[in-house]
Design a protein around this ligand. Structure first.
Ligand code: ZN
Length: 499
């Protein structure tokens, strides 16, 4: 092994057992014992010294996150206590190129190796590394193809009007052809719910729930009594318009990968007009409506009394039954309890802060160019800080930790990682700021503002505003409460964005 310049330290056997109902479906079940035997044989033949194995059960593919066993082995490599990792199969260790590069880089730093017994990959060689990247790329391609096939078959199903979700909307029955048909018993109740909500003003959720209870109407699950949220789910469900709708989520469950609609999949229970009128805020139902979608100042507001950022919470408007987003101090923080946690409605404070920003932006845009300050120094500083933390972390990890209590090592590691993450986050913010600064320099942001999406506006506001300190309402609510602009204790504008 000398020709590769390996460290010569013992290598960690990584044994993976992924089981689906007791058996690995994809490539047959190979017991940990058999895997160990194959690894031992290889090690003996190639004269590789072994550590005790790390055995991990029930790990599915996906990215490296959550691969605690493999990560454990890689950490030993990072710390210089292991000379690499050996496994029966490595083709599923990296599911994409980024993972693969990350693994290879970490091994390189330590002159460590990654050996696959069955695929005959040894990362120390050029061919081995190339194969490893190819496997990773293929694994990713396979994932994408699966997604693509899934999309095609779901698309065909939606086209045929098939109801894909396992839950059948109240008021419908699922036919043998898997399409929806009005349930003669429950459909009239659904129509009535819509009618009562479409009135002006709408009947309260409580009154509708009481009416249903009096009628002895049971929910789809056979429960007596419809909760407010169950009723809201009904009036916002576009299935009652006759639509079959399917949103495919991305791997990380966030961004929709595809959004398929068949507007004439089955018989509607309500007309488009009634549906529109019945919507909680008189608008069309947001298909993926979340609280965040209603807010603009995420990550910007802080509590006057504890200094922590406010978090988003939902509540329901007593008068209209509408879901509302509120910013709240979380009260219990790592550094103690907040003495006076503040809260404010998003729909009251959002427009005020937005207006203040736009005023400031207009004033700034009128300044002669020479008087504007764009602070690239902060970006450079943030970059230097991150490099420093990274180097510190790397050299710290490189020590042997012999004689240092494990607890202390873990504590120091956590602290260093936290500092590293903070530096990463700070750099991200400075990069955003630099970008937003450049966008502002173009000079048409005030005009473009109304066309920007909520996400975009939040990004710009976060870059331009360091924080908005919110004070309490002095114990007053409703009409007597101070107007939202009076709740702003102070605004800290970010340096170099809008002056
Ligand atoms: Zn607080």
């Amino acid at each position: 092994m000398e020709e590769h310049g390996y460290s010569g330290l013992p290598v960690v056997p990584y044994i993976r057992v992924s089981r689906v109902g007791g058996r690995d479906k994809t490539d047959g079940y190979i017991s940990p014992k058999e895997q160990q035997k194959a690894i031992d044989r290889y090690a003996e033949y190639e004269n590789v010294e072994l550590h005790a194995p790390i055995i991990e059960e029930n790990v599915s593919g996906g990215s490296l996150e959550g691969r605690s066993g493999f990560e454990q082995a890689m950490t030993m490599v990072d710390r210089g206590t292991a000379g690499g990792v050996i496994s029966l199969r490595l083709n599923r260790i990296a599911r994409n190129i980024r993972d693969a590069i990350d693994i290879a880089d970490r091994l390189d730093k330590k002159n460590a190796r990654l050996i696959s017994v069955s695929e005959k990959i040894d990362l120390g060689t050029g061919t081995g590394r190339f194969q490893f990247y190819v496997f990773a790329a293929l694994a990713q391609l396979e994932l994408e193809q699966i997604t693509e096939q899934w999309k095609v078959s779901v698309g065909q199903a939606v086209e045929k009007g098939i109801h894909i979700s396992a839950a059948v909307p109240f008021g419908y029955l699922k036919g043998e052809d898997r399409r929806l048909y009005p349930d003669p018993e429950a459909a009239p109740s659904v129509k009535e719910i819509f009618k009562r909500r479409a009135k002006s003003p709408p009947e309260s959720w409580a009154a509708i729930s009481a009416w249903l209870w009096e009628q002895g109407v049971k929910t789809g699950r056979g429960n007596e009594g419809f909760s407010r949220s169950a009723l809201q789910a009904i009036v916002t469900n576009r299935a009652y318009l006759g639509e079959a709708h399917y949103v495919g989520k991305g791997k990380r469950g966030k961004e929709p990968v595809f959004d398929l609609v068949n507007p004439k999949a089955h018989k509607p229970l309500v007309s488009a007009t009634v549906f529109e009128r019945a919507q909680p805020n008189g608008e069309t139902a947001e298909r993926n409506g979340t609280l965040t979608d209603q807010t603009l100042l995420r990550g910007i507001l802080t509590c006057e009394f504890c200094g922590h950022r406010l978090v988003l919470l939902g509540s329901t408007d007593r008068a209209t039954g509408e879901r509302m987003a509120n910013y709240h101090c979380a009260r219990d923080h790592a550094d103690g309890k907040c003495s006076q946690p503040v809260a404010i409605q998003a729909r009251r404070i959002d427009p005020v802060v937005e207006e203040l920003f736009l005023d400031r932006l207009s004033a700034y845009s009128k300044k002669p160019r020479a008087m504007r300050v764009t602070n690239t120094a902060l970006l450079v500083k943030a970059e230097a800080k991150l490099a420093e933390e990274e180097a510190g972390l790397a050299s710290w990890l490189a020590q042997d930790f012999i004689g240092i209590p494990q607890k202390l090592v873990e504590k120091q590691k956590a602290e260093r990682l936290a500092r590293f993450s903070a530096a990463e986050e700070a750099l991200k913010i400075e990069r955003d700021r630099a970008q937003v600064g450049a966008e502002i320099e173009k000079g048409d942001l005030v005009e473009r503002w109304p066309e920007l999406g909520r996400e975009e506006r939040n990004r710009i506001l976060r870059a331009a505003i360091d924080r908005v300190v919110i004070t309490d309402a002095g114990g007053k609510r409703g009409r007597g409460a101070p107007p939202p602009e009076k709740r702003i204790k102070s605004i800290a504008w970010a340096t170099g964005i809008v002056g």
